[in-house]
Every structure is written in C-alpha cells, then in structure tokens.
Design a protein around this ligand. Structure first.
Ligand code: OGA
Ligand code: NI
Length: 331
C-alpha cells in the first residue's frame, strides 16, 4: 500500500507535465455514449447475417463489439487480474526487468508525446511465436506467463473467426486474411482515476496499424471513436470484445472498410484496465488492395508495401517501434 501512495498519479491536481494543449485535450464538452456501434452476436446461426453486420459496421464506424465469442469468462478475468496486479508493482522494478528483456513498460513519466505525458501506465510485449516470445514476458507475478499465454491462445482463435468473416464479406478467398495474420503483440493499459479529465488523455488520437485489434475494455468507459468529425464514446458491454479495423485491412479492402481514429479519455472515479491485442500481418507479407476489390471503376488507392516496410515508414510506436518489431519477426 505504501507503494501505492507514492505512485505518480496520486495527486490532487493535474501536474503541468500531464496537461495537454487546448487542441489535444478533451475539454469539458460532454461526449455522448454511443449505443449505435453494432454489437454482433457471434453465436447467430445465420452466418451471412453476421458477415453483413460486420461489413456494415466496418464501413460506418470501423468498430464493432462481439458477444458470444467463446472466450471463457475466467480466462478473461484471469488476464485482467494479473495485469492489475502487475500495475501495482513498483515502476522501477517492472522497468528494470522490461529493459533487460526487450519488452516495453512505459510508466507515465517515461514517455512524453506532444509535450505531455499520457495518463496511463502501459505494458507492451511481443506474442509471436508464442512459445518463444513468452520466455521474455514478465516473471512477476509468477502466474503471468501461464495466464496471459492462455488468453493469447483464445484471442488467436477468435481473431481467425473474425478475419474469416471479414474475408468472406469482402469476397476474398477462404483463409486470405487468417493466412497472413499473427497475434503479434499485446498492449495492456492502466488508466488511473484523474483529478481533472478535461486536461488529460489516456491515449492520444491514433489509428491502429494492425489488420484488426481485439480490445477487452472491462467495465469502465473511456474509449472514444471519431465518426464524421465527432467523438463518440464506446459503451461497456459486459464480457464483450471491442474489435476495430486496422490500417492493413483498410488497405486490403481498398478503402471499403475503414480504420477509424480513436482516443482514450480519463475519469475521476475509477481506474480502467484494458488489454489490446494487435493482429498484424507477418513482417514479409505484402499488403496491397486485394484483386477482387480493384477494377476499372475502383483503381488501387494504396501502394503495395511489405508490412515491415510499412512499419519502417510510419514508425507507429515512435522510438519503441524497433523493439516491438524485432521481438516479433517470424521465421
Ligand atoms: C490501443 C487502444 C484503447 C483502450 O492500445 O491502441 O486504442 O481503451 N486502446 O485502451
Ligand atoms: Ni488503438
């Protein structure tokens, strides 16, 4: 507990170091919670209905939620609990291990973006190939590898189901998206309560550069999606996963499906712990508009690049890009 008291976020007012500029901060505007981002029941026996719902949601919002996804509740809760425990450990202890192992831990003081620190602690590590990358995962809490490994196996299974539904909806050959995909890395975030959420951000506005991202957001709201130039909040649906279309699927669909910008805001009352898993292409995969999406009326809108080249050009994780990429090169 003593430890807890000394943590960076235990403050009465937001320090200057965490105050974003007027353009970036959320301000006092009330953002509506969106009850229109589709919630898709994967147990629906009409497969074509699921396919159509996913495609429509991906065109309109770039986001949807899935229920009845088959990932056992205790596997999800187990992963959330062990991460919550990890986030109460002394920052120095985690960081020391992280630096020597090539995985990334960003206590809020270690990463300034746009002149201010994000209001979160964040852990990122590779997950592919699973057995091998696991050797470099946190050793404490001692059950971490076991519990998070089980979670990743489930997310892999779910990702293949969703990618197949998207492939079908786009008219791609069977296994097209699943075949080039990997669960490349996990990023877990802990967003502590904040004395003034109007000044801070848990995560700046960004696109995900994955094929798709599968997020467990727990029971606390905070994720917002930009739709038609306006922010909308993503409602909490118990035990659901939030899925979003990443830049790579946008490219493969030649812009038919969209990758939407999103951000995370903080709140005064409750800490929020989330687990995002990024389903990426393998590094050497060439990503380009699929043949079926291109014709005379629809010329390719994106160049063809290997995922590795794409990452080198866009550096989606700033100085951490190399660590993340090198940890997940597939052989
Ligand atoms: C991300 C992300 C959302 C959240 O990690 O890219 O968008 O709610 N996370 O933590
Ligand atoms: Ni994101």
């Amino acid at each position: 507990m003593e430890n807890h008291v000394s943590r960076w976020f235990n403050v009465q007012t937001v320090p200057e170091s965490h105050t974003f500029s007027i353009e970036d901060r959320p301000g006092k505007e009330q953002i509506p919670l969106c009850r229109t981002i589709p919630i898709i029941d994967l147990a629906n026996s009409e497969r074509m209905e699921i396919v159509q719902e996913i495609i429509k949601a991906s065109q309109e919002y770039g986001f949807f939620q899935v229920t009845n996804h088959g990932v056992p509740e205790d596997v999800i809760n187990g992963a959330v609990k062990v991460l919550e425990e990890l986030f109460t450990m002394p920052v120095d202890e985690i960081s020391e291990e992280a630096n020597s192992n090539g995985w990334v831990y960003m206590g809020s003081t270690s990463f300034a973006t746009k002149g201010a620190h994000l209001w979160r602690d964040n852990l990122k590590h590779p997950c592919h190939p699973l057995e091998q990358s696991m050797q470099n995962w946190p050793q404490k809490p001692t059950r971490y590898r076991d519990v998070v490994g089980t979670y990743i196996v489930e997310i892999r299974r779910l990702s293949l189901i969703i990618l197949e539904l998207i492939s079908q909806g786009l008219g791609l050959e069977k296994g097209y998206l699943g075949g080039i995909s990997q669960v490349q890395f996990l990023t877990a975030s802990n967003y502590p309560p904040c004395p003034d959420p109007s000044l801070t951000l848990g995560l700046l506005k960004h696109f995900d550069h994955s094929l798709i991202t599968i997020l467990f957001q727990g029971n606390v709201e905070g994720l917002q999606v930009l739709k038609d130039g306006k922010w909308i909040g993503v409602e909490v649906v118990p035990n659901a996963f939030v899925v979003n279309i990443g830049t790579q699927v946008e490219i493969i669909s030649n812009g038919k499906l969209r990758s939407a910008q999103h951000r995370v805001v903080t709140n005064k009352e409750e800490a929020r712990t989330t687990i995002a898993t990024f389903i990426n292409p393998c590094s050497d995969c060439i990503i380009e508009p699929a043949k079926v999406t291109v014709n005379d009326a629809n010329p390719p809108l994106y160049p063809s690049l290997s995922f590795k080249e794409f990452v080198n050009v866009s550096k989606p994780f700033g100085p951490y890009t190399d660590v993340i990429q090198n940890g997940c090169i597939d052989e």
